[in-house]
Design a binder for this molecule. Structure first.
Ligand SMILES: Nc1ncnc2c1ncn2[C@@H]1O[C@H](COP(=O)(O)OP(=O)(O)OP(=O)(O)O)[C@@H](O)[C@H]1O
Length: 259
């Protein structure tokens, strides 16, 4: 961990009426790190993620980006520094692929030629042929292609930080594996700091430099996969890590069954 983390949450709490969405969440993400927030539905992953780009304002606690309190950062600066890939809200349906990717640069007032060049560069980066995809409507994309465009859109304004909320959740497992590999490559190549939300343990283990396990609005344990496996905080964390491996072993056993 560097002296000053790229992202820090300090004792962050968010309450909606009676519901405590997250409670006492503290977290430091080093520059260049890919941190996974892993937890079941309603555990507070999305809320924690959204405090970083101020889509959620904490009830108490502090969130900082490169040492600066996010409350002091103007929205355009925050949008440029932090790319965001949504869980469900996809691409703007009435815009082409190129317009979707160029939306933040256009808001930031980039000249047309610079936006066009950036769109092509990003389509190449997410492995979509620019000439074939630039003018398409989102309705004419497969789920996997749409998520590649969503990743390109989040990268458009050259952010140093990316937040991804279950970006590959709705995809079949092969497409998902391809996109995980593409994201890992982009992470390494651009040296981005990434916070990635998922409920999928295998995805967390494959992508995360570290994993923060969330339950009932709190971080239960944080560490590298092997650290969690060797010394799980409790039986639930142990089960979380071992169940998918047991399932895979059972599936393998079925494959090996004779006639
Ligand atoms: N705007 C809101 N109003 C009321 N309750 C909310 C609101 N946003 C979140 N919550 C509640 O806070 C808790 C945490 O929600 P959050 O979306 O952060 O969980 P999550 O781990 O991301 O879940 P999922 O994987 O299902 O998206 C849940 O109980 C949720 O119902």
């Amino acid at each position: 961990m560097t002296a000053r983390p790229m992202i820090a949450l300090e004792r962050v709490r968010k309450v909606h009426g009676e519901v405590v969405a997250i409670d006492d969440v503290s977290l430091a993400v080093a520059e260049g790190e890919l941190l996974v927030l892993l937890g079941g539905s309603g555990s507070g992953k999305t809320t924690a993620l959204k405090t970083i780009n101020r889509l959620v304002e904490p009830t108490s606690g502090r969130v900082s980006l490169a040492g600066e309190d996010v409350r002091s950062l103007p929205a355009p600066l925050l949008r440029r520094r932090v790319g965001y890939v949504f869980q469900r809200l996809g691409l703007f349906p009435h815009m082409t692929v190129a317009e979707n990717i160029g939306v933040t640069p256009a808001l930031l007032g980039w000249p047309r030629a610079r936006i066009d060049a950036r769109v092509d560069e990003l389509l190449e980066l997410v492995e979509l042929e620019p000439a074939a995809f630039r003018g398409r409507s989102p309705a004419a994309l497969s789920g996997g292609q749409a998520q590649r465009v969503a990743v390109a859109r989040a990268l458009a304004a050259e952010p140093r930080v990316m937040l991804l909320d279950e970006p590959f959740g709705a995809l079949d497992s092969r497409t998902r594996a391809h996109l995980q590999a593409a994201l890992a490559k982009i992470h390494r190549r651009l040296g981005l700091t990434i916070v990635f939300v998922t409920h999928d343990v295998v995805e967390a283990l494959l992508l995360g430099d570290r994993i923060a396990v969330m339950r009932a609005g709190r971080i239960i344990q944080i560490g590298r996969g092997h650290e969690l496996a060797r010394a799980p905080a409790d039986d639930e964390v142990r089960a979380l890590l071992t169940e998918p491996l047991e399932q895979a072993a059972a599936a393998r056993a079925r494959l090996a069954e004779g006639p």
